[in-house]
Design a protein around this ligand. Structure first.
Ligand SMILES: NC(=O)c1ccc[n+]([C@@H]2O[C@H](COP(=O)([O-])OP(=O)(O)OC[C@H]3O[C@@H](n4cnc5c(N)ncnc54)[C@H](O)[C@@H]3O)[C@@H](O)[C@H]2O)c1
Length: 670
């Protein structure tokens, strides 16, 4: 295998000769051992399933090796078949594909598995602990071979990482259709994922992992900066600055680690508690947080100084966040914004560390006495909520950051329920901020990747996007002036924020008009040669239309339909026949299997007339589908946005809701 060139290895797919057995790398992070869940017969089935990728003559040797992998790691990753070449986003002409679209998809897959980008690269996990690109290396090899050999008259269908094959289609069809974790609804609980993933028949694609659209931490920084900026706008007077005002939160982990950097971009004092010293030091060394403080009294005096001097600074407190909430209360320090990004979607296995125990003590108790640990977690949550409630009584604005903080606090018996005993007394970030201020108007995490791999191309796209946004802002209605300005500021400062990890990618919150006009301008620049090679468009699934998730993306839908997933399904079907280069639909995402359906797309711009036609049609639908659903749910901002769009686009005819006078409903059922 090692003697073949990179291109030949891709074209070969599964190698002709059995490659030598290989050990796992000791220099990259590995996925945790998965739960032992299969019966003896099911284990045999998992091996039988894995062996179907290989010639019979290899079965005797591989069966033993795969059985060991299943025992040791709970999954069969087929480490032996991981290629020797380095995996990263090479420039597009490095791939042996027949068509540009397929080469772009290979580039995006390579980026998602780049060890500098991916969380557990040898287990093909990009992020989120279980967000898989493929289940095993055989799927990777076969998929790349199919992509390298396909024509514009074929579509590759991928079932949870498994390439079912190339099917004849047409030039207008997507080149790849991806599904991840699509289950019969009754088989969609977390243990079903464990079982069917161990059998090798499904996978958890997260959002941008299994759809090849991950661009590193940049996406999270932008989303968090937008959230913090808008949260301050909710609490500050018009024209009052966020400088010298405190945003208190917790977590310096995978996603949460973006908070201090985002706080600096939003111009406030960020105080972020992190109980794991290694995580805090890592973020400090990476330059994602300005100062590390270990002593709580020192934190108080440093915070007081930052307030007095009107500073923009981020302070990591190496300790428990509950101590900070309580101490700041004792000291009468005013917190403008409060949130929490500990991993409370996973409370009993290290997602949340209870106050009063050191990090090591907590880890020991977690495995040594799980019941006692659970009690400590719940007691800590109750204490945290008491302190938060004292702050909010004095005017702090607290919001849930999609990490199940309020849900787990309520389960622990903490005082977080609203008077109606149905809702929480605090909003989630989507209910109060991202939903009404961004998604309902169509603003969401649009992104692009320059396939040349050249920084100059990314700079040119930044400049083009800035020019387009400035032009649109001149005539934009007052309702979205602020959002337009935020985008302009972001793109102007994007390069200096140094957020590129992996491919030359950029994220920018834009609405339907912005996305289409930016894409059109890119396509023209590719045609004229100003941009040297194709650009891939895409987005995070955490967006206006692609995701139905009742406690996150669609938590600000109040007509009862937030438990349906029609929008996400329409989105993926609608995008697929309007010109997407690839489409994907997933069960899972950030909140767990069975809790969300999310979808996305990729679209290659190559400067052609075809690309110009497709981008208009697909980007329009990709955003307006969600706005129409949000307006039907009576969301005021979405009603405004869809009416405006119908004026601009006479062929768009959306069913609008008639609003009901609530007094009519008062005595109907007495
Ligand atoms: N950033 C976003 O845009 C976003 C959006 C939606 C949801 N979330 C949610 O945020 C949560 C965090 O994600 P992550 O990737 O950063 O997880 P992570 O597990 O990598 O990081 C969480 C960190 O919190 C620390 N921690 C736990 N308990 C603590 C305590 N009591 N005091 C101080 N520190 C404590 C942990 O040591 C850990 O480093 C997840 O539940 C995720 O789903 C984030």
């Amino acid at each position: 295998m090692a003697t073949l060139s990179f291109k030949s290895q891709i074209l070969q797919g599964i190698p002709k000769d059995l490659p030598p057995k290989r050990e796992r790398s000791s220099t990259v992070s590995h996925a945790p051992k998965r739960k032992e869940i299969l019966s003896l017969e099911e284990k045999k089935l998992a091996i039988r399933n894995a062996l179907r990728y290989f010639p019979k003559t290899w079965h005797s040797e591989l069966s033993k090796e795969f059985a060991l992998e299943l025992n040791d790691y709970g999954r069969i990753y087929m480490y032996r078949f991981k290629p020797d070449y380095d995996i990263f986003a090479r420039p597009i002409d490095a791939y042996p594909a027949k068509i540009l679209q397929a080469a772009s998809i290979i580039l995006m897959i390579q980026n998602n598995l780049d060890p500098a980008v991916a969380q557990h690269p040898e287990e093909l996990i990009t992020y989120g602990g279980n967000g898989a690109v493929f289940q095993n290396w055989a799927q990777y090899l076969l998929t790349l071979k199919y992509l390298a050999t396909m024509t514009e008259e074929q579509t590759l269908h991928i079932y949870s990482g498994h390439p079912m094959g190339l099917f004849p289609s047409s030039k207008e069809a997507p080149r790849v259709v991806v599904t991840n974790g699509m289950m019969i609804p009754n088989y969609s609980k977390p243990d079903d994922w464990e079982k069917y993933n161990a059998l090798g028949v499904t996978q958890y694609g997260q959002m941008t992992a299994g759809s090849y659209m991950y661009i590193g931490p940049q996406g999270i920084v932008h989303g968090t900066a937008i959230t913090v900026m808008n949260a301050f706008r909710k609490v500050l007077k018009k024209d009052e600055s966020s400088n010298g005002k405190i945003f208190l939160t917790a977590g310096l982990g995978g996603m949460s680690g973006a908070q201090p950097k985002a706080g600096n971009i939003a111009g406030c004092i960020t105080i972020c508690a992190e109980v794991n010293p290694a995580a805090a030091h890592k973020r400090h060394a990476q330059g994602w947080v300005d100062e590390l403080i270990i002593d709580i009294n020192e934190l108080v005096s440093r915070a007081q100084k930052a307030i007095t001097d009107n500073e923009v600074v981020s302070l990591a407190f190496v300790g428990n966040v509950v101590d900070v909430w309580e101490k700041f209360n004792e000291e009468g320090l005013f917190i403008h914004l409060g949130s929490d990004q500990t991993s409370l979607h996973n409370p009993w296995a290290g997602g949340y560390y209870p106050v009063g125990l050191s990090f090591e003590e907590a880890n020991d108790m977690m495995s040594g006495d799980p019941e006692a640990f659970k009690e400590k977690v719940q007691e800590s949550l109750r204490r945290q909520v008491i302190a938060i409630n004292q702050h909010t009584a004095r005017g702090t604005y607290f919001f849930d950051y999609g990490n199940a903080f309020l849900l787990e606090a309520s389960r622990a018996g903490a005082d977080v329920m609203a008077e109606n005993n149905i809702d929480f007394r605090y909003p989630s970030y989507v209910q109060d901020i991202l939903g009404p201020m961004c998604f309902d108007y169509g603003f969401g995490p649009f992104r692009w990747v320059c396939t040349s791999g050249k920084t100059e191309d990314l700079q040119k796209t930044d400049a083009i996007a800035l020019k387009v946004m400035e032009q649109i802002k001149r005539t934009a209605p007052k309702e979205i002036q602020q959002q337009m300005q935020d985008n302009i500021t972001w793109i102007r400062e994007a390069e200096q924020n140094k957020l590129v990890v992996g491919s030359q990618a950029r994220i920018l919150y834009a609405d339907a008009e912005g996305r289409a006009k930016i894409a059109e301008a890119f396509n023209k620049a590719i045609k004229s040669g100003e941009i040297s090679s194709p650009v891939v468009l895409g987005r995070d699934h955490h967006d206006v239309s692609g995701t139905d998730s009742p406690y996150r993306e669609t938590s600000n839908i109040y007509d009862g339909s937030k438990f349906t997933a029609d929008m996400a399904i329409h989105n993926v079907i609608g995008d697929s026949f309007r010109g997407a280069t690839w489409v994907s639909i997933h069960n899972g995402g950030g909140v767990g299997w069975g809790e969300v359906i999310n979808g996305g797309f990729g679209m290659v711009l190559d400067g052609s007339e075809d690309a110009a036609r497709r981008l208009k049609s697909m980007l329009f639908y990709d955003v307006n589908n969600g706005i129409s659903r949000r307006s039907w749910a009576r969301n005021e901002e979405a009603l405004f946005a869809i009416k405006r769009e119908m004026k601009r686009t006479p062929e768009l005819k959306v069913t609008l809701p008639n609003l009901v006078d609530d007094s009519l409903l008062e005595n109907l059922f007495d």
